[in-house]
Design a protein around this ligand. Sequence first.
Ligand code: SF4
Ligand code: MG
Length: 336
Amino acid sequence: MTAALTVTGLTIEVVGRDAPLQLVRDVSFQLGAGERLGLVGESGSGKSLTALAVMRLLQAPVRISSGQITLSDGTDVAALEERELAAIRGRRAAMVYQDPLSALNPVRRVGDQIAEAIHAHEDVTAAVARRRVVELLREVGVPDPERRADQYPHEFSGGMRQRVVIAMALSAGPELLVADEPTTALDVTTQARILELLLRLAEQRGLAVILITHDLGVAARFCDRLQVMYAGRLVETGPLADLYRNPLHPYSEGLLASVCRLDADPAAPMPALAGQPPSAGQLPAGCSFRPRCAYAYERCERERPPLTEIAGGRAAACHLAPERSAGTVAPALAPT
Ligand code: SF4
Ligand code: MG
């Protein structure tokens, strides 16, 4: 099966007056056609930067300093000139953001905005584009699409606006969708509906999706596979169910333990991941997670653990991963 996306050795830096500072380091991963990958981690872990890099939407002074970002047809997005990107964005890969308002022009009818996205990639008549707009709005569950197409963004609720943004993202038939916290700004009920919509669209259209989220509950409902980022690096990747059942990296374990469980006593304090992630300029020696790790031992300070493959499509960057995989290390942070 051809991969929808292959990222190899992606490193992202911010260029300032001093030496460039690396914000994302040596990230490599592959996304199969139709696969739904969750990119999770705390804010500042590099997950959004990785997604923006895939779309080539990083803004100066942040830039890709090395690595390849290859689409299914072999195009290396990282190597394209700015003027070549218009042919890729929207048509091969499209993005959905957290805040639908920022993705829409407040003074233009939503139908015209979607039509514009269609015209950007295809030479069709206004009538054909209009028909397509109405079909797209219907596909994403906007009721009464003929009438709604002529309305302005402020006439839509937050959830309906996100549906419009999703329709716009799908307008040129991309094979890859990058969704950065697409439900975070919405209330819980609307969140669930938008997730269901994305799931249905991904299945019907065979879309490969990268879902960026800090919410492991959201990831659990949507993803086939998870990638956990910490301090600019991938620290664990694996099939969703395996990772939830037996996280190999202590950071993944901490993230899972801090998820508010539905069956938990609401009055009990939520077990949280103690401490703060390090800033990019001040990574500790050895393993970046060491200051927060309940399992840290002497080797962790000397040696940075590389992302290492364990069995079953799993990989983790922890010296103890093989033992954890074999179940010979007891969880330290398991909720009691
Ligand atoms: Fe913890 Fe050491 Fe594993 Fe890092 S390498 S996560 S410090 S046990
Ligand atoms: Mg973010």
